[in-house]
Write a protein that binds this ligand. Structure first.
Ligand SMILES: C[S@@+](CC[C@H](N)C(=O)[O-])C[C@H]1O[C@@H](n2cnc3c(N)ncnc32)[C@H](O)[C@@H]1O
Length: 572
């Protein structure tokens, strides 16, 4: 019995590393009950003459966040909410020093709050609410982030973690549902605990409106001069995805392995990041891990789900061999069935060792064979508008094929090429050549630039594969394109499709100096896109000579909060 008690206290010591005034507690656990320290000295050891250890105070570390990252955008959203409700930031500040260092105060802050009105959604898809500060404290109001809460919901929440200007909460119960909420739309059994697909209970048309609002706010926050000067066009409606489920051609489930495996080490969860505790959906089980164990992902394509199932089974018999966590790549690979039978190469295998395959019939009656590649260096093929694109499975390629013909058509239409002139195209951040090759037939020459040498190799190969002779691709940072560009600028259009962080000032300055006749800026982060357009138009030498013709979203990721933005600019 004594031994048992000792081992329990050792486990507490390992798990609950934050100690204060003789109590152990978790900073973010739902239960904040203090746990008493064992009072007795360990047997056989003399009483220590050392002075008691100094108690370390905890400090809230300031993090350097990119303003256009979800955490950075939340700062703008909180400020906006405060302005709307006549509150100052001081009114909603949490005394972090006290909360972190006094467990009794912490318990006052980390509490259950009933009858909370969810006011709006953050661009990250979470509900946001204002709640009264806890009783007997000086905090006037708090900004509560409520995952899975929808505007108009009245809910019961549990505050479980404090930040200087907001608190994180679990949604315990929906007391009165928002008119946006239609629970019959939720098919996924992991809804409420998986971090993806928060928009599932929302009708699709409404999801598109929410994504439009996200873009409107992005420009409000990150392009205030353009917004105030009236230089922004009316925000266009969001272009829907033809597929609203079964669209994702890439998934990356992962797992974690503890550094030291104890004797009772069991199979870890294999799936995706968790978000909150699903108390408001009693039908699903709470997870005690940062990863939700997922057997099927409804937004993944059929072959990706077959791959997920194969790799899970493999993991069940091999998890003991892993020394650390890992991410598994699942990438769809397409082969036309009419092709002579091709060796599909490596791919996810079923229990018999056979590579799993799925035949898909297209609306025109043709058939395609799908496999699921797991090896990042394996070459995969995608077919978009009849063009074949090959690339290394681990490199970037768009993840929702169903919407690609729509965005390509939109880009082509907006290039507004001169039927009598010579038209040229620069595709900056060109990847393996999706836009270059798709638009090549309408222009005299395309030059693509891309930082990944592997992607450039495939872009060049893809041009050959599709018998396209007017494309040239160069490896380097996007601004390298301007070093010795020979194209006539008044007949050249530029497509920009940078990663989430957007373009840097060096590139935008050189773009302005080059002065192309048209710019089409595609972005998976509408916040960095808004920041870049604000800089380009207001801070570069020729920026003022451009007009923003249109901005609209494309819904590359239905059921999630993500939106792709496309902005079209013309030289006036
Ligand atoms: C969002 S992807 C777009 C790729 C391509 N347009 C497509 O749709 O397939 C962004 C690409 O930019 C590349 N990239 C990142 N930083 C870059 C830089 N500084 N200069 C050029 N390319 C860059 C990445 O390797 C990636 O291929």
């Amino acid at each position: 019995m004594h031994l048992l008690k000792r081992s329990v206290s050792i486990i507490y010591n390992l798990r609950f590393q934050s100690s204060f005034l003789g109590s152990f507690y978790t900073m973010s656990s739902a239960s904040l009950e203090p746990i008493s320290l064992p009072q007795k000295r360990p047997l056989g050891r003399p009483e220590s003459t050392k002075p008691p250890k100094k108690i370390k105070r905890k400090y809230n570390k300031k993090k350097n966040v990119d303003p256009t990252s979800p955490g950075g955008v939340l700062g703008f959203e909180i400020e906006h909410l405060c302005k709307e409700h006549g509150l100052s930031l001081a009114d909603i500040s949490n005394p972090m020093d006290v909360i972190l260092n006094d467990s009794s105060i912490q318990q006052k802050y980390h509490r259950i709050v009933d009858e909370v009105n969810v006011l709006s959604l953050t661009s990250n898809g979470d509900g946001i609410a204002l709640i009264d500060g806890p009783a007997e404290t000086n905090t006037k109001k708090q900004v509560a982030i409520v995952p899975f809460g929808l505007p108009g919901d009245v809910v019961s929440i549990k505050v479980f973690k404090s930040h200087p200007l907001h608190v994180e909460c679990d949604l315990l119960k929906i007391l009165s549902p928002s008119s946006m909420r239609n629970d019959s739309l939720v098919d996924c059994k992991y809804f409420g605990v998986c971090s993806g697909c928060q928009y599932q209970p929302i009708e699709y048309a409404q999801q598109l409106l929410l994504k439009r609002d996200t873009i409107v706010n992005a420009y409000k926050f990150f392009a205030p001069i353009l917004t105030a000067s009236g230089k922004l066009p009316d925000m266009g409606s969001t272009v829907p995805s033809p597929l609203q489920y079964s669209y994702r051609t890439k998934l990356t489930p992962h797992f974690e392995i503890p550094r030291r495996k104890t004797q009772d080490f069991q199979k870890p969860s294999f799936g995706f990041g968790s978000k909150g505790r699903p108390k408001f959906r009693p039908e699903i089980v709470d997870v005690n891990s940062s990863i939700v164990d997922i057997e099927e992902c409804l937004i993944g394509t059929s072959i990706i789900n077959t791959g997920l199932s194969n790799e899970r089974k493999k993991f069940e018999s091999t998890y003991n061999n892993y020394k650390r966590g890992a991410t598994i790549l699942l990438r769809e690979n397409t082969t036309p069935v009419a092709d002579p039978p091709v060796e599909t190469g490596e791919g996810s295998r079923d229990g018999t060792g056979e590579i799993s395959k799925a035949e898909v019939e297209l609306p025109d009656g043709s058939k395609q064979l799908k496999t699921c590649v797991t090896e990042p260096r394996q070459i995969v093929t995608e077919i978009i508008n009849g063009n074949k694109f090959q690339f290394s499975a681990g490199e970037f390629f768009q993840n929702n094929n169903s919407i690609l013909p729509d965005i390509i058509k939109y880009v082509q239409d907006n290039l507004k090429l001169d039927p009598n002139g010579e038209n040229y195209l620069v595709d900056a951040y060109c990847g393996s050549g999706l836009f270059s090759i798709s638009c090549a037939s309408s222009v005299k020459k395309v030059i693509g630039v891309e930082i990944s040498a592997d992607s450039v190799k495939f872009a060049t190969h893809n041009a050959e594969l599709n018998n396209i002779e007017n494309c040239e691709f160069i490896t380097g940072k996007a601004e390298k394109i301007f070093a010795d560009i020979q194209l006539p600028r008044d007949q050249t259009s530029i497509i920009l499709d940078p990663p989430r962080k957007g373009c840097d000032d060096v590139f935008l300055t050189q773009l302005s100096e080059f002065k192309p006749k048209k710019i089409i800026y595609i972005s998976c982060n509408v916040h960095s896109q808004a920041r870049d357009l604000e800089y380009f138009i207001n801070n570069t030498s020729n920026g003022f000579q451009y007009r923003i013709d249109s901005i609209r979203g494309f819904d590359f990721f239905p059921q999630t909060h993500h939106v792709e933005g496309v902005a079209v600019l013309s030289l006036i």
